[in-house]
Design a protein. Structure first.
Length: 338
């Protein structure tokens, strides 16, 4: 009898091992070089943060069981209702993630930030759910979509995203070939414009790629920005100012009307730009795939890309990445402070 019981126990243990093995049957290497075992069939995905929301939605919105919480969520416009209607949770809260029972947690990250990568590893171990890291570097985003298509079985959707991005990369190289933008540019954030993305920030990659000298050559705060003074800006005297933020949070109107900004070259020469911010900023917030639109726009501003080409490319981006068909009025409204 004892022998029979042992056989039964062994039988059920074997079944458990088989089932458990099938749950995590694929061994992959993610874009951070980590070996991860993931399920053969993935039907429930959680994005780790808002940067990942924007990357994951165009490829696998139907697999996202939620979106990561964001302060911007209640105010988003010009993006699919499918995205807006998704349940929102704090995806950095282990209990909330476990409760929603995902097959996979995905995080889009800057691979050079080793401290954050360690934090992701620790979180994955805590929740005991496979975590996969994809690259957020501005000029690697095509590869990130290729990778997502492969692991999620979403090759068609991913190819549309990757092809669009590769075409923008080609345009950038064609338009800026042998050229460099003269002068310096400053990214103005907060109501007074005194918070910026300096040259060492991941938030300022757009300037680097487009061969634009960043006026702010200062250190970073923990969130990748820098608080500066008006005196510093007067010394830098930028030739271009890009104002980031939605509505009243943008310094655009303040800078144009302020006596303290009046003598800055960018203001005198009318080179103060409101950065389109719907649904997400074209410059950096969040620093995700939305920055590809910044490349398209900068080709127009600095390198002679025709306006009608820019318009067509922007509308195509919204269709592919936001699943939203932008009309002409909405397109024009993107560039106006509201």
């Amino acid at each position: 009898m004892q022998h029979f019981r042992l056989k039964i126990l062994f039988f059920f243990f074997s079944i458990f091992v088989i089932i458990r093995g099938n749950l995590y049957a694929r061994a992959i290497t993610d874009m951070a070089g980590r070996k991860v075992n993931i399920p053969d069939k993935i039907t429930r995905i959680v994005p780790y943060d808002n940067k990942t929301n924007v990357v994951l939605f165009p490829v696998a919105g139907d697999l996202m069981v939620c979106k990561a919480r964001s302060m911007e969520s209640p105010y988003l416009k010009l993006i699919s209702k499918d995205f807006l209607n998704k349940k929102e949770i704090d995806c950095k809260n282990a209990e909330e993630v476990i409760k929603i029972k995902p097959d996979l947690l995905i995080v889009a990250a800057f691979l050079s930030d080793r401290d954050n990568l360690s934090n992701y590893e620790a979180f994955a171990a805590r929740i005991n759910i496979p975590l996969v890291i994809v690259d957020l570097e501005l000029m690697n985003l095509d590869k990130s979509f290729d990778f997502l298509g492969q692991i999620l079985g979403k090759q068609v959707e991913a190819k549309a995203c990757a092809d669009y991005i590769r075409n923008v990369y080609k345009d950038v190289e064609t338009y800026k070939k042998g050229k460099r933008v003269p002068g310096k540019a400053y990214m103005a954030n907060d109501n007074n414009g005194l918070r910026t993305s300096p040259n060492t920030s991941n938030h300022a990659q757009l300037f680097d790629v487009m061969k634009i000298t960043n006026a702010a050559q200062v250190g970073l705060d923990p969130k990748g920005f820098a608080q500066v003074s008006m005196e510093q800006i007067m010394v830098w005297n930028p030739d271009y100012v890009f104002c980031v933020g939605k509505g009243e949070s943008s310094p655009y109107r303040t800078i144009l009307k302020s006596a303290t900004w009046r003598n800055i070259t960018a203001v005198k020469s009318k080179r103060v730009f409101f950065v389109p911010a719907e649904p997400y900023s074209w410059f950096d917030i969040p620093p995700s795939v939305n920055r590809i639109l910044g490349l398209v726009w900068f080709n127009d501003i600095f390198y002679g890309q025709p306006n009608d080409v820019t318009k067509q490319k922007v509308k195509e981006f919204y269709h592919i990445f936001y699943h939203y068909d932008l009309n002409d009025k909405e397109y024009t409204g993107l560039f106006r402070w509201q």
